[in-house]
Design a protein around this ligand. Structure first.
Ligand SMILES: C[S@@+](CC[C@H](N)C(=O)[O-])C[C@H]1O[C@@H](n2cnc3c(N)ncnc32)[C@H](O)[C@@H]1O
Length: 248
């Protein structure tokens, strides 16, 4: 049995809400939101499960596309905030590893920058795949493994005075405490092959892969996001079984 809290998130929840502000932080507003919504809009998804929904921002965005959402997250303060911002929304306190929803009940399962926070990737991925209906879509935005391999130092200045993004011990899976603007949480570095083989072994099929570039925003931040590896988006499909009817 897992405990229900997540490393660092309970203490970091208030700072996280501040960091996101009304619209979201740089990575969300200027890099990920647009391509994530492009993968969703007009696809006929009626129901979505947002795993690690935080304070519910992406659930609210999907609802504005007419999708009925369920958001789950183990951090009670973030779920309380989600409920306050969206009193009619369905937000539940749960870890991905303990996800308890009817098998096959969602058209779309989303993990928006939450896989690196989830300790047991294999169990969480199996639960997410089970929640999808056959033909359904698992949409993931994650910090790329080339980024998490640079944690916790990231940018460092060499003896020549040049700033570089220092990747190290790439193949070594590990938990790393990271800190920024009052947030202190435990993330996980895993090589990309860990994510890929976990999802492939569940029988999911990769349909889309992107490393989105920033669009707009402060030029110095844009430069940093262009120089270093940052995010990727992956879309996986749960195969139809013989006799299943394709959805739209
Ligand atoms: C970086 S935040 C992203 C939140 C939200 N998806 C967003 O984009 O604003 C990561 C989230 O993962 C949640 N989390 C941590 N451990 C988790 C677990 N085992 N299962 C599901 N979510 C978890 C945290 O509580 C936190 O809300």
């Amino acid at each position: 049995m897992h405990n229900t809290t997540s490393a660092g998130w309970d203490r970091s929840a208030a700072a996280w809400v501040r960091e996101l502000g009304e619209d979201g932080d740089f990575g969300r507003v200027h890099v990920l939101d647009r391509p994530m919504l492009q993968r969703i809009r007009g696809r006929g998804f009626a129901t979505a499960l947002d795993v690690g929904c935080g304070e519910g921002r992406f659930c609210r965005m999907m609802q504005s596309l007419g999708i009925t959402t369920v958001g789950i997250d183990p951090t009670e303060l973030l779920i309380a905030r989600a409920r306050a911002l969206d009193p009619r929304g369905d937000y539940r306190i749960a870890r991905a590893e303990d996800l308890d929803v009817a098998p096959g009940s969602f058209d779309l399962v989303v993990s928006y920058l939450s896989l690196i926070d989830i300790p047991d990737l294999a169990t969480a991925s199996a639960r997410m795949a089970s929640a999808l209906r056959p033909g359904g879509t698992l949409l993931i935005a994650n910090l790329t493994s080339f980024n998490t391999a640079a944690m916790p130092d990231g940018w460092t200045t060499g003896a020549d005075g040049v700033r570089r993004f220092a990747i190290d011990r790439y193949l070594e899976e590990r938990a790393i405490w990271v800190e920024w603007r009052g947030i202190r949480v435990e993330n996980r570095h895993r090589p990309l092959s860990t994510y890929m083989t976990t999802l492939l072994d569940l029988g999911l099929q990769l349909r889309h892969f992107a490393e989105p570039a920033p669009t707009g925003g402060d030029p110095a931040t844009v430069d940093r996001y262009r120089r270093a590896p940052w995010f990727h988006i992956m879309e996986w499909q749960k195969p139809l079984r013989p006799g299943d009817r394709p959805h739209r």
